[in-house]
Design a protein around this ligand. Structure first.
Ligand SMILES: [Zn+2]
Ligand SMILES: [Zn+2]
Ligand SMILES: [Zn+2]
Length: 271
């Protein structure tokens, strides 16, 4: 069986934007709903976990990381792959101590050079065995890359994207494309995503003028141009509402195709 055909289970650990939803002290209708138990509008910071052929890949470790892996019953983490160094994607890194302790291992991490530099600065005590003293501290093993790389024989394809001033990557693993933070997808990057069957992509809001994130219409356009893979929008801000998303799209004159839906925390997709 080729990698492309390998069965993969993707768990959406977090589908929210950097503020999380509900937004602190926001009384909008969506945030109020998000405060109800079990609401799909309750969104933690963006992250996914991918299980493919006995390998367990974690994408980003934001501030909700530890609760996310516990709540979703994530059994194992073999490597962490970082999209970029914004706080909503890296600030839970210290909590890798629990998976490392349970698995009795150091944690290989992958990401853009800039992200590795910021991580070394923010979490310097996790990078050196001199300061690594058990008790609440895990040891990280950084890996940089230029272009595609392999983790335990599995090919990972970085997808360079524009997301403000920060060096940012999406990733392709087999038939999955994961691009949580993006404003502009260069043509060459789009080409790297050709043939994906599952796309999880930034769909922050309906605001097309946001400087660093796609709006829903732009995300749909990208999905359509990739031959309409099953697509889930993520990194969702508080105004996007699961209860009436179709109507919201109608109001915004956005044509919502059947292959595009909203992601939600705890969603599991098998491809
Ligand atoms: Zn709100
Ligand atoms: Zn970001
Ligand atoms: Zn983000």
């Amino acid at each position: 069986m080729s990698e492309r055909d390998a069965e993969m289970t993707v768990t959406v650990l977090g589908s929210g934007t950097s503020t999380g939803v509900p937004e602190y002290r926001c009384l909008c209708d969506t945030c109020q709903d998000a405060r109800n138990n079990g609401s799909r509008n309750a969104r933690t910071r963006p992250s996914i976990h991918v299980e493919i052929e006995g390998r367990f890949l974690q994408f980003d470790t934001g501030p909700n990381f530890l609760e996310q892996i516990d709540r979703n019953g994530i059994e194992r983490i073999d490597s962490v792959i970082y999209t970029h160094c914004h706080a909503d994607h890296i600030s839970g890194t210290n909590d890798l101590v629990m998976p490392c302790r349970k698995q009795d291992m150091d944690m290989p991490i992958y990401g853009p050079d800039e992200t590795m530099r910021v991580m070394q600065k923010n979490f310097d005590y996790m990078f050196s065995r001199d300061t690594y003293q058990g008790g609440g501290v895990a040891h990280l093993i950084p890996h940089s890359f230029s272009g595609r790389f392999e983790i335990d024989g599995l090919e990972v394809v970085p997808i360079p994207v524009l997301h403000g001033a920060v060096d940012t990557q999406g990733y392709r693993v087999g038939s999955l494309g994961y691009v949580p933070d993006v404003k502009v997808m260069p043509e060459a990057s789009l080409a790297l995503m050709e043939g994906v069957e599952l796309l999880i992509i930034d769909g922050l809001s309906f605001n097309s003028r946001h400087p660093t994130h796609l709006c829903v219409a732009e995300s749909i356009e990208i999905s359509n141009s990739l031959d309409s893979p099953t697509t889930y929008l993520t990194h969702l801000a508080h105004r996007i509402d699961h209860r009436n998303f179709k109507e919201q799209c109608d109001q915004q004159n956005v044509d919502l195709p059947e292959h595009v839906e909203l992601a939600f925390d705890g969603m599991k997709i098998t491809v």
